[in-house]
Design a protein around this ligand. Sequence first.
Ligand code: UDP
Ligand code: MG
Length: 134
Amino acid sequence: MERTYIMLKPDSVKRRLVGRIISRIEDKGLNITAMKMFKLDEKILKEHYSHIADQPFFPEIVKFMTSGPVIGMIVEGPSAVQQMRNIIGATRCLDADAGSIRGDFAFTNGENLIHGSDTVENAEIEIKRFFGKI
Ligand code: UDP
Ligand code: MG
């Protein structure tokens, strides 16, 4: 069964949207098979976001992503990676369709509530990074 790494960002927790976001994942028929709340540091963010680490907005992302706890999850189901990307919506808030999590709740590009792996290969790398061997 395909699996993906999902992470509710600090704004999801601060805005008390965790329950509603988790409901959307469950409503779709996907299974949450692991979940934990923890805090990120700059070192792990530089790994996780290595593809944007040289962008001018990266320091802002670090500040945001370390501003409070996140909730990491493993989500499983057929085509879990793409299903979750569809539920999450586009990165830029103005591009995110209404009905998607970001389309309905996010109003900036940086503070966009939720991370989802972009490929099956990256999902396995990210699961290992945040959950170890599981
Ligand atoms: N990000 C941003 N501005 C951008 C691109 C990305 O603030 O122009 C932030 C945003 O929080 C995004 C994260 O960097 O979720 C990782 O970027 P990526 O391109 O991987 O987007 P995602 O996979 O989260 O949709
Ligand atoms: Mg990404």
